[in-house]
Design a protein around this ligand. Structure first.
Ligand code: C2E
Ligand code: CA
Ligand code: CA
Length: 441
């Protein structure tokens, strides 16, 4: 008898281990799958909705305070979340910093708002971890079981809605809308097209001049172009985020870097000086073999790293560890520019920790410059600050003579924009250089 009880207990314990998340004690993904495996027993008879909760910028905690601190936050959040939900609901750790709440019964829109409020309240009290006070937010996606969707559909819908909340600036919630799914389908379509374009080397790289106060070209920025046969010209604003999410940014980035090397070599062969700026996304910087691959490509084309400036954005600076990578790239001889400054967080105090030579003032600031007085005050202040700290400033988006003249006051202020020249294919620039060489002979 005792044996049987022991076996039963052991079985119960095994079941618990199999279906409970070790760190948080919540149900785990296998539990979800068990529910999935027997829908007739459970969901088919009931109305329910699924809430997908993803903590915002959780990676920053792991990166800055270590994984133990991250684990502690997850445990505390799990406790608070379990307490916030009703006992008839299921709270599941879906993985990492993703949680699901399965809400039983019919819920009205109003009730959903109440639940979202309760979830947000779990984060309202800061987390005290290792003498740090951490304030967190989350993004929430909600899907209702309306037309006989199974749990697979619901999970996908809630995930898509959560993603939409993230894209709209995090710390918010979205209820699934079929239009969101349409958007995701289009993104997948683009991703497949981009993959094929990279494989077939169908992307192009165009070059836009960067000039000094006398309008002499001091560098060119390499900008990726994708012309799809069916869809036409697709903007990098659209395909670069897709490349970043799908990791296609690795092969894309190397393709652009190699094209930049070829361009530098070809321009120098005409007798002209040439530097090129290459954009680097944060994901590329976190690739440990990046500098090794860059060095191989530079060697292959006999190009010096001193002729290349790498443009990084503030999202690169936020990730811990990236300063060391940037430092090693700088030591190899690359110039480092901070791109799109003034278009986001713009944390001046942290800038000094990074080996930055050039700050590029985002075009959105410049284009407001002569209409909005406060914008003018901001750009003047940034310009003064950059020069005082010894940075070179590149003003982006210069479109008029008025803007050119206004900024043409210092050797340390460079300019880039349609006024000085639009991005052009390498062949056009090389053709023009050769022509002017022939004329001067
Ligand atoms: P970005 O790095 O800020 O590049 C400058 C963008 O401003 C380019 O847009 C350029 O064509 C545009 N631009 C230059 N002068 C003017 C002007 O006077 N007025 C206006 N309105 N726009 C001007 P583009 O080529 O569409 O690229 C958009 C963004 O896509 C880039 O912004 C960059 O963030 C990204 N991107 C492009 N190529 C690459 C690449 O090879 N790698 C990575 N990681 N990102 C890239
Ligand atoms: Ca750039
Ligand atoms: Ca820029």
């Amino acid at each position: 008898m005792t044996d049987i009880t022991e076996i039963k207990n052991a079985n119960a314990r095994l079941t618990e281990l199999a279906y409970k998340d070790e760190l948080t004690g919540l149900y785990n993904r296998s539990f979800m799958n068990r529910i999935l495996a027997s829908p007739e027993n459970y969901f088919k008879q009931k109305e329910f909705s699924l809430i997908f909760i993803d903590l915002d910028s959780f990676k920053l905690i792991n990166d800055n305070l270590g994984h133990l601190a991250g684990d502690k936050v997850l445990q505390l959040f799990s406790q608070r979340l379990s307490q916030a939900m009703r006992s008839s609901d299921f709270v599941i750790r879906h993985g990492g910093d993703e949680f699901l709440a399965l809400v039983n019964g019919h819920v009205t829109n109003n009730a959903i708002q109440q639940i979202v409020k309760k979830i947000n309240q779990t984060l309202a009290t800061p987390f005290e971890i290792e003498s740090e006070t951490l304030t967190l937010t989350c993004s929430i996606g909600i899907a209702f079981c309306q037309n006989g969707e199974d749990i697979h559909d619901l999970l996908r819908h809630a995930d898509i809605a959560m993603y939409e909340a993230k894209r709209d600036g995090k710390n918010s919630y979205r209820i699934f809308d079929p239009l969101y799914a349409e958007k995701v389908r289009y993104q997948l379509f683009l991703e497949q097209g981009l993959r094929a374009a990279i494989d077939q080397k169908a992307l192009e790289v165009w070059f836009q001049p960067i000039v000094d106060m006398h309008s002499n070209i001091v560098s060119y920025e390499a900008l990726c172009r994708w012309h799809d046969e069916a869809s036409g010209f697709i903007s990098p604003e659209e395909f670069i985020p897709i490349a970043e999410r799908s990791w296609l940014i690795y092969p894309l980035g190397l393709f652009v870097f190699e094209k930049a090397c070829e361009f530098i070599k070809a321009v120098r062969e005409t007798g002209a000086e040439c530097r090129v700026n290459v954009n680097l996304s944060a994901k590329q910087v976190s690739n440990v073999s990046l500098s090794k691959i860059f060095c191989e490509l530079l060697c292959k084309h006999k190009v010096s790293p001193h002729w290349v400036t790498l443009e990084v954005t503030e999202s690169t600076l936020i990730n811990n560890g990236n300063e060391l990578i940037l430092m090693s790239l700088k030591e190899l001889g690359f110039g480092i520019a901070l791109d799109d400054f003034g278009n986001g967080y713009s944390n001046l105090s942290r800038l000094r920790e990074f080996p930055i030579d050039i700050i590029k003032l985002d075009k959105s600031l410049i284009q407001g410059r002569f209409t909005d007085q406060s914008m003018r005050i901001v750009t003047d202040a940034v310009q003064n600050m950059c020069l005082a700290l010894g940075y070179t400033l590149t003003v982006e988006g210069v479109e008029t003579r008025h803007q050119y003249e206004h900024f043409a006051q210092s050797e340390k202020v460079l300019q880039q924009g349609y006024f000085h020249g639009k991005p052009l294919p390498a062949e056009e620039i090389l053709g023009a250089l050769k022509n002017s060489n022939n004329l001067s002979k």
